[in-house]
Design a protein around this ligand. Sequence first.
Ligand code: MLT
Length: 334
Amino acid sequence: MTFYRQLSATVTWAALAVAAVAVAAPNIARAADAYPSRPITMVVPFAAGGPTDVVARSVAAAMSKSLGQSVVVENRLGAGGTVSAAYVAKSAPDGYTILIHHNGMATAPALYSKLPYKPLTDFSFVGQVADVPMTLLGRHDLPANTLPELVSYIKQNQSKVNLANAGLGAVSQLCGMLFQKAIGVDLQTIPYQGTAPALTALLGGQVDILCDQTTQTLPHIKSGKVKLYGVTTAERIPALPDAPTLREGGLKGFEVKVWHGVYAPKNTPPAVIDKLNGALRTALKDPAVVARMKDLGAVIVPADKQTPEGLHSWLASEIDKWSPIIKAAGVSAD
Ligand code: MLT
């Protein structure tokens, strides 16, 4: 008797569970259909006005048009971008909180042994955005005018020269670390919450050297307010055709290119990811975005990279590429 009562209770609960799923499924589908019904927050890991912010605001404005809802940029600073990534990883997977981040998604696992998220598994992937070259800059009154002169100046004044960056996990840190390794020095580094304040410090002469992205540095290079020692890409770039690469200046094999991806928390419904990805791809064709990226020296990635799969496989390859380099350099947040 007891057995039959238990069985009938189990059957009743099972029936209720099936009924609940049956009721919930159309609701989930309707929620995804209605998405987005309110503004979306795009979290940016670095300071307002800086290179990541500039790309984010251009793309967010264009995505707003096709989604029919505002995509509002929110700057959450700290720990080389990991504060923002952790925040989005733990946000509700409903498509209303998304992240734009760069190479820092790939370098953080090697830099932070206690990283509170797993880049490859704690996110749903939306797609890649644009690649950006970096430039190696000095304050305008630094005595060196070329890369070889800079290298010999640094070697003669190692204890006095400092290098700004945006913290461990920032591309400015990655580029600065590779530069120091390439020339065999260990400089004092001064971290900021983004390269917007770091560049302000360089312009004000409070720091000596900064590796930063063309999306922020071009106007200051063109107006001569900073010294340019080279670009970090393998080839010269159309935005600065006369600037030598760091390779040309003697740093064999040197290459850093900044790439950007858009992420949502893991388990975001596929229909929501489809809408976000569609809006991203439409944004990357928007004439205003195309023109803005060109002006900033950024290159919109090809269509196959603007996909969730394109971003996921690229991130995996970048983690594989940078982890051993960072480990060998002995740089860590611990
Ligand atoms: C920024 O937006 O401030 C930069 O992307 C920081 C960096 O990674 O160097």
